[in-house]
Write a protein that binds this ligand. Structure first.
Ligand code: PAN
Ligand code: ZN
Length: 186
């Protein structure tokens, strides 16, 4: 394989070449926000885009490095802030690095024994997600949250555990304050 460049628009988070784009509407995340009524209402109204991922095309193999940007648009579903689905890596012993370019948010991580860690995300923050930690990103601000991620080629994504159980914590807007609460459905 030959070396190559890609180009990132720092303000918009878009990558202009060698890329595939994943667009997640709210309907792609049904059941992941705890307010099911608010979810259904929004899906019926405009099924808004919650986030996009610009993935640079690299072989999903040991030795390579996957890299991408994620853009989480600001907003809430009920009182829960816009967020990614969240996942474990299919190869659980693989880590990841997130570098925030713009916006503010939280990085919610959880191990299988339900130990939880939440890190702040802001422009310039570099978060290290060690092996074995599931991870979800939450936009708690009023601008897009844009971050660049790098992880091992073979990591893969396991969404199933999070799709069925969620995380044990939720991050919500309570009267204009960012609050971490227990997930009532966990
Ligand atoms: C990130 C995420 C991205 C979207 O690139 O894949 O932010 O989140 P979901 O994959 O949970 O929908 C990453 O952690 N890759 O491994
Ligand atoms: Zn990941």
């Amino acid at each position: 394989m030959e070396p190559f460049n890609s180009y990132l628009n720092f303000n918009r988070g878009e990558i202009l070449s060698n890329c595939n784009i994943v667009v997640r509407h709210l309907s792609d995340m049904e059941g992941m926000y705890y307010d099911l009524e608010a979810t259904q209402k929004i899906i019926n109204e405009d099924d808004r885009v919650i986030y996009k991922v610009y993935n640079i095309d690299v072989p999903e193999k040991y030795g390579h490095l996957q890299h991408c940007t994620s853009i989480i648009y600001p907003g809430r579903v009920g009182d829960e802030f816009h967020m990614t689905k969240g996942h474990f890596h299919a190869q659980e012993d693989t880590a990841e690095i997130y570098l925030v370019l713009q916006g503010t948010g939280k990085l919610l991580m959880q191990k299988k024994d339900t130990e939880v860690k939440i890190l702040d995300m802001q422009s310039g923050s570099i978060s290290y997600i060690p092996p074995y930690w599931a991870h979800r990103t939450i936009n708690t601000g009023n601008k897009p949250l844009i971050f660049f991620a790098v992880y091992p080629g073979e990591a893969g994504h396991n969404y199933g555990i999070i799709e069925s159980k969620g995380f044990c914590k939720l991050i919500i807007d309570k009267d204009g304050q960012i609050k971490v609460i227990d997930n009532p459905n966990y």
